[in-house]
Each structure stands twice: as C-alpha cells, then as structure tokens.
Write a protein that binds this ligand. Structure first.
Ligand SMILES: NC(=O)c1ccc[n+]([C@@H]2O[C@H](COP(=O)([O-])OP(=O)(O)OC[C@H]3O[C@@H](n4cnc5c(N)ncnc54)[C@H](OP(=O)(O)O)[C@@H]3O)[C@@H](O)[C@H]2O)c1
Length: 292
C-alpha cells in the first residue's frame, strides 16, 4: 500500500477454520469485502480461503492461537501489512468442556477464559474505538443459549458465554448511536465439531434439542447484524429453551440442567475417579441432582 492509499475495510472472522465461523466468513465474503480468516490450523484456513476465492470473493489466512497474549498485535501487524482495516469483527472462536469442575483438567477450564472471554474481550476493546471513530462497522460475538443459565457440569463454558452476552449487550447500548453495531448471537446446539469435542453431544440436554446447521446460524447472524440487532437467537427451539430458563426459579433450573448434562458413566464429581453410577450417585440423588 502506498502512503496515499487509505486502508480497505475488511471483515475479520476469528474462528473461521470450521463450523459457524467458517459459514459466516463464506456468507460475508459474498458482500464483496475482503475477509481475514483467523484460527490456529493453517491447512483448514487455506481450505476456507480457497472456497471463498472460488466463489469470487477475496480472503486472507492468518494462523493465530488466541490463547497467546500476542494475538491482537499479530492481527494488527497483518492488517497494516495488507493495507486493511477491521470494519467488522466476528468472534466465533471458542470451545467447551462437559464434566464436573472437580474432574476436568484445571488448565483446560481456565483455557476457556483465555479463548472464550479474554481474547474476545481484548479484540473487541482493541478494534471497537476505530469503528466508532469511522462511524461504521461493528462486531458479532458468539454467545450461546448457555448464556441464559448457570450450567452445572459445564460450569466454565456456561459462565464464559454469560460474560459474552452481558459484555456484548452492554456494548450494543454504548455504541448504538455511533453508526456501529454490536450483535450477540445465542444459538442452541449446532451441528459442528464443537459438540463432539466438548462432549456436549453425549449429554441428554444436547441430545434432546434439535441441531441447527452452521449455515442457518450464519444466515441469522449476518442478517441480524446488518439489521442492527442487539441479540440474535437462531431458531424456535433455542428461543423456547431460553424462555423456559427464564421462567424456572434457580432452585428448579440448576438441578434440571445438571441432571440433563451429567451421565451415570461420567467421572463422579467427588473426584474419586470412579464412574458416577458406581460412586456417589445415591448421595447426589438425595440432593435431587442425580443424572438419568
Ligand atoms: N456448536 C454449537 O452447538 C454451539 C452452540 C452455541 C454456541 N456456540 C459457539 O459458537 C462458536 C463457534 O462454535 P462452532 O460450533 O463453530 O465450533 P467449532 O466448529 O469447534 O469451531 C471453533 C473455531 O474456533 C477456533 N479456535 C478454537 N480455539 C482457538 C484458539 N485457541 N485460537 C484460535 N482459534 C481457535 C477453531 O479453529 P482451530 O482449531 O483451527 O484453532 C475453530 O475455527 C463458539 O464460540 C461456540 O462456543 C456453538
């Protein structure tokens, strides 16, 4: 880029190597702006980049581990090297883990704060002032229906998503008269690798709810963002789940979510290393939290 040229507005999709992020990147690229694809796996990013280019769009791949404190600087340097400025940021990177907080590895649980919370907040706070100064663009943050209730046996994941929704909705309000939009997306289960990797697909709660496709969630998210919506909840079953969570008192909701999320052959929360059904099941049943 020469010194006279102003940087071109780009859409930065974090978590673009697969799943919902990939689907949003492919959809957004159709609007004509260059798309910067961010995730760890460069091979997968190149596959997404090729698909976008084949469809007539423009894309760049940037391998970054969001758990690294350098992620924001690496993105900044990449954008200025390519003569781009972040007009729209999509924060879709994230992971979850199902299991008792006492049994899951602590580093993996704290890692959810690094990726789902710290990296999302750092990118948002870093890029939002430029958007406000330019009076355009905005941010799409992926929360979840999990942001509407505490989630026993997926405690850190649900808490991280509660942060994402609270943070995003507050920023929506702060920026709504600036020409910038902050949209929070709260899907129910979506058929991506997330469900298998997190173990959520083995929980009764996720088995019971119908699964949306990543393409459907992407369409709702992108359309909702362009319509300047504060909160997008894709699909009727996600809306019903949120409605139910709002109606039930915590004393009923927490045991219900716990019961639907932990199975008898999962490690017992007491930390014995035994399966729940061979350990404390009877004890937990007294408290009303025994899994089915
Ligand atoms: N699937 C669901 O049921 C569901 C429901 C509600 C909300 N969500 C939320 O929607 C978002 C997208 O989920 P998904 O279903 O699309 O999951 P996914 O298919 O597992 O994709 C997750 C994306 O995040 C990236 N990522 C993970 N850790 C990273 C790290 N340390 N650094 C950089 N990139 C990282 C992954 O790329 P690399 O592995 O290549 O780094 C991948 O691109 C997540 O925030 C998730 O919590 C998902």
């Amino acid at each position: 880029m020469t010194s006279q040229q102003s940087p071109r507005p780009a859409i930065v999709v974090v978590g673009a190597s697969r799943g919902i992020g990939r689907a949003i990147a492919e959809l957004a690229a159709r609007d004509g702006a260059p798309v910067v694809l961010v995730a760890r796996s460069i091979e997968s990013l190149h596959v997404v980049q090729a698909a976008i280019e084949q469809a007539g769009g423009e894309a760049f791949s940037l391998p970054v581990d969001l758990a690294s404190p350098d992620a924001t600087r690496i993105l900044d340097e990449f954008l200025s090297r390519e003569g781009l400025v972040c007009d729209v940021l999509v924060n879709s990177a994230g992971y979850g883990l199902r299991g008792a907080a006492t049994a899951l590895p602590i580093a993996d649980q704290i890692g959810m704060i690094d990726v789902n919370v710290r990296a999302l907040a750092a990118l948002t706070l870093h890029l939002l002032p430029g958007m406000v100064a330019r009076g355009r663009g905005g941010i799409i943050n992926l929360a979840s229906v999990a942001s509407f209730t505490p989630g026993p046996y997926m405690a850190m994941y649900y808490a991280s998503k509660a942060f994402v929704r609270s943070f995003s909705e507050a920023l929506y309000q702060e920026t709504r008269r600036t020409g910038v939009t902050v949209t929070c997306v709260a899907p129910g289960p979506v058929s991506t690798e997330f469900l298998e990797k997190s173990g959520a697909n083995r929980a009764a709660l996720f088995k019971a709810l119908p699964k949306a496709t990543p393409e459907y969630v992407a369409k709702c998210a992108w359309r909702g963002f362009k319509a300047r919506r504060r909160l997008v909840i894709p699909g009727i079953s996600a809306r019903l789940a949120i409605l139910m969570a709002g109606l039930l008192p915590s004393a009923a909701l927490l045991p219900l979510v716990g019961r639907l999320q932990l199975r008898g052959n999962d490690p017992c929360p007491c930390g014995s290393g035994k399966q729940l059904k061979h350990c404390c099941r009877a004890g937990h049943a007294k408290g009303g939290t025994a899994p089915a």
